[in-house]
Design a protein around this ligand. Structure first.
Ligand code: ADP
Ligand code: TRP
Length: 323
C-alpha cells in the first residue's frame, strides 16, 4: 500500500506531534508499505512570512523526521518545493473545484472566523493539498481529524477529473486514527502549539524541565494518597514508561507520601531516557547537512520518475501538450 502525508513547518515539534503523528508513521514503515512523507513548505506560506524562518523550520521538520526513524528504504522523504509541478496540477484541479466547495472548507472558515483576512493562498489551500496527494496516487493519506475534509475534497476532484477526461487518479482514502488518544498538554487540554502548553521534543534541557515542572496538578497535600488516573503528570508518563514502571509509579501515588514534584522529576528522567537517542540523532543530522542534502537528492530521483509519468498523462488529457 502507498501512504502519503505532510506536515507544515510552522512551529516547534512537541511530544503530541510525536505520539499522534510521527510515531504511527514510523511504525507503519515495512517492506510492504511505501511511504511518501514531505515537509509542506509551500503551505506554510499562508502563515510564515520570513524566508529565514521558513528555511529553519523546514529543516527542523526534516531532521525531526530523520531522527525519529523515517529512514526505511521504502520511505521517500522530501520537501514540497522539490515538486514545483504541484502548482501546475493545482491549476488543473482548480478547474474542477467549485467556489462553493472551497467556501465550505472548515479550516478556511475557522481562520476567517478567527479574524484572519483571507488571501487567495488560504482560500486555495485545499486545492494545493489535493495536488500534493494526487501527484503520487496514494492509497491512504494519514491525517488528523481536522484534515479529513481536505482529503475528501481531493477525492471529489480526482473523481471529477476522471469523469471529465478519463480514469487518471486513484481515489485516496483519509486514514484517521480514531482510537488514537489525544495527548494532553501541561494544562490538561489537548497539547497544541496554539495553547502554549507543549513539552517541546527538542527544547533545551532547561525548556523541557520548565515545561514538565510546570504541569498543572491538583493541590492534594504530599502525605495524602492521590489518583494517578486523573493526573496529567501520570498521563504523560504512561506514554513513555513500561507497564511495570507505570504500576510502580501508580502505587506511589496511591500510597500517599509522594508529592507531585517528585512525580514530575520521575517524568523528567523518563523523558530524557526515552527521547535521549532521538534528541542525539537530531543533533547529528543538524551537524551533517551534506548527508541530509544527499538524501533529498536521492528522493528527487524517485519523485521525478513519478511526477513525469503522471504529469505527461495529465497534460495530454487536458490538451495542453505541444502538438
Ligand atoms: P498543533 O496542534 O500543535 O498546531 P499540528 O496541528 O501542527 O499541531 O499537528 C501536526 C500533527 O500532530 C497532526 O497530525 C496532529 O493530528 C498531531 N497532533 C498534534 N497535537 C496532538 C495531540 N495533542 N495529540 C495527538 N496528536 C496530535
Ligand atoms: N494541510 C496539512 C496540515 O495542515 C498539511 C498537508 C499539506 C498535507 N499537504 C498535505 C497532509 C497532503 C497530508 C497530505 O496538517
Amino acid at each position: 500500500m502507498r501512504y502519503l502525508t505532510g506536515i507544515k513547518p510552522t512551529g516547534d515539534i512537541h511530544i503530541g506531534n510525536y505520539f499522534g503523528a510521527i510515531k504511527p508513521m514510523v511504525e507503519s514503515q515495512s517492506d510492504n508499505n511505501e511511504l511518501f512523507v514531505f515537509v509542506a513548505n509551500y503551505h506554510a506560506l499562508t502563515s510564515v512570512n520570513t524566508g529565514a524562518d521558513l528555511r529553519r523550520m523546514t529543516n527542523d521538520v526534516l531532521t525531526t523526521y530523520l531522527a525519529c526513524g523515517l529512514t526505511h528504504p521504502n520511505t521517500t522523504l522530501y520537501l514540497q518545493s522539490q515538486v514545483p509541478e504541484v502548482h501546475e496540477l493545482t491549476w488543473y484541479l482548480s478547474c474542477r473545484a467549485t467556489v462553493s466547495e472551497l467556501n465550505r472548507a472548515h479550516a478556511y472558515k475557522d481562520a476567517v472566523a478567527n479574524g484572519k483576512v483571507p488571501n487567495h493562498g488560504l482560500f486555495a489551500y485545499p486545492v494545493l493539498m489535493a495536488a500534493d496527494i494526487l501527484m503520487f496516487n496514494p492509497d491512504f493519506v494519514p491525517v488528523g481529524k481536522d484534515q479529513k475534509q481536505h482529503v475528501e475534497f481531493a477525492r471529489d476532484w480526482a473523481q471529477s477529473f476522471n469523469n471529465t477526461y478519463s480514469e487518471t487518479f486513484k481515489l485516496p482514502e483519509p486514514k484517521i486514527e480514531e482510537t488514537l488518544m489525544t495527548i494532553p498538554g501541561t494544562d490538561g487540554r489537548k497539547m497544541s502549539k496554539s495553547y502554549n502548553n507543549v513539552i517541546p521534543l527538542f527544547g533545551t534541557d532547561a525548556q523541557v524541565k520548565k515545561a514538565i515542572m510546570g504541569i498543572v496538578t491538583d493541590s492534594i497535600p504530599v502525605e495524602d494518597p492521590k489518583d494517578p488516573e486523573t493526573c496529567n503528570v501520570f498521563a504523560i508518563y504512561k506514554l513513555m514508561a513500561s507497564l511495570e514502571e507505570q504500576d510502580a509509579l501508580a502505587a506511589k501515588y496511591r500510597a500517599g507520601g509522594m508529592g507531585y514534584g517528585e512525580a514530575k522529576k520521575t517524568l523528567l528522567e523518563k523523558f530524557h531516557e526515552y527521547f535521549g537517542p532521538i534528541r542525539e540523532k537530531k543533533q547529528y543530522y543538524e551537524g551533517h547537512k551534506e548527508e541530509v542534502g544527499k538524501l533529498l537528492a536521492d528522493s528527487q530521483t524517485r519523485i521525478d520518475r513519478e511526477v513525469y509519468k503522471l504529469m505527461n498523462k495529465v497534460i495530454r488529457k487536458v490538451g495542453v501538450d505541444i502538438l
